[in-house]
Write a protein that binds this ligand. Structure first.
Ligand code: GLY
Length: 350
């Protein structure tokens, strides 16, 4: 499959014009949520594209990533006279690009769309790779389609106003990409100061991360094989995220992924002898930047049940993408509950 068009530029208006210059379109419609309408849209408000585009504004937050919001978008697309030649420009975090991509993909059997992610997590993960969707019936991303944006425009200009928890949340996915690819990139990532570091350096790290994800997606767009590697850290991470929700103390997605990486690298060590020096470096980095998630042995049964029922497990067994070394990916490894308990013991002790 061809690589998705990704433009890194702090001139978002110029990048939009370049992308639109290569598309036969009759109209552009901007989709934002309430937050990005207030904080991100002003950064392109003077551009010709923004001046000529009506704006659909949706409520923010994952709880609004649902069919009702999608229906509002479809209604407004109709009101604005969208046709198959209309291009939707999604400006926002993962919620906006997931929902906007889905709404565009099925409206009149498919409008083109462009993603402009405004969070680090959105830039390194949600906006790239063609997963679109909404939550349904209590299940995350239950309804959706694979359909890549015509282009993704990534600008660090939006990140200046991001709280440090948001930056760190996205950065955890970058560390995951580093572990999946090469030692030098991984070393550069864990030596960077996430909140105090130079922004040009962050842009360079971000580019490398997005390219890693783009290449994995190009090799396996529909997640039949290699793309499952992107789930590293997520089987345990989703379990921590769900436990935190049950405790009514939600945690940012990337924090749960960071903690999940520790558990899954311990499993990688137990099963595939993943090197201890890298494991220790990750533990140290995660402790310093993400703190820890408090669990006791009493939580193990719940966590293991959650890992078994992760939506990417098809057998009811715990199934993880693990590593034998940096870049040496072991897809679809079945993990015994005993090994999972040992990994949770080690997580708890560190
Ligand atoms: N978020 C993982 C993927 O795009 O496959």
């Amino acid at each position: 499959m061809e690589h998705q068009q990704i433009i890194f530029s702090n001139d978002v208006s110029g990048a939009l014009e370049t992308v639109l210059g290569g598309i036969d379109y009759n109209k552009t419609i901007i989709l934002t949520d309430i937050n990005t309408h207030q904080f991100a849209l002003p950064k392109i408000i003077e551009s010709a594209v923004a001046k000529q585009s009506p704006c659909i504004i949706i409520k923010s937050g994952d709880m609004n990533k649902n069919i009702e919001t999608a229906a509002q978008v479809w209604k407004q697309l109709e009101e604005h006279g969208a046709t198959r030649k209309t291009v939707v420009i999604n400006i926002g975090g993962g919620m906006v690009t997931d929902l906007g991509g889905f709404a565009a993909s099925v409206f009149k059997r498919g409008l083109r769309f462009i993603n402009v992610p405004t969070t680090l997590l959105g830039a390194v993960d949600a906006a790239v790779g063609g997963k679109t969707g909404i939550n349904f019936n209590g299940l995350k991303n239950e309804i959706g389609v694979f359909n890549e944006a015509d282009a993704v425009i990534i600008s660090t200009a939006f990140f200046d106003t991001l709280p440090s928890t948001e930056l760190k949340s996205g950065y955890a996915e970058m560390v995951k990409h580093g572990l999946l690819s090469d030692r030098q990139y991984f070393a550069d990532l864990i030596n960077y100061d996430i909140t105090g570091g130079n922004r040009d350096e962050l842009l360079d790290l971000l580019k490398r991360s997005v390219i890693i994800k783009r290449d994995i997606v190009a090799a396996d767009p529909h997640e039949q094989g290699l793309r499952r590697a992107l789930n590293l850290g997520h089987t345990a991470g989703h379990a921590f995220e769900s436990l935190a929700m049950k405790r009514m103390e939600p945690v940012p997605h990337g924090y749960a992924v960071a903690w999940g990486l520790i558990v899954e690298l311990v499993l990688s060590h137990i099963i595939y002898k993943f090197p201890t020096d890298i494991l220790h470096a990750v533990v140290q980095f995660v402790k310093e930047n993400y703190g820890t998630f408090n669990i006791t042995c009493k939580d193990y049964d719940t966590l293991i049940a959650l890992m078994r029922h992760d939506k990417k497990s098809q057998s009811g067994e715990i199934n993880c993408s693990l590593l034998a070394d940096i870049g040496d990916i072991k897809l679809g490894t079945t993990v015994t509950p005993n090994d999972a308990k040992t990994a949770l013991d080690i997580f708890q002790d560190n």
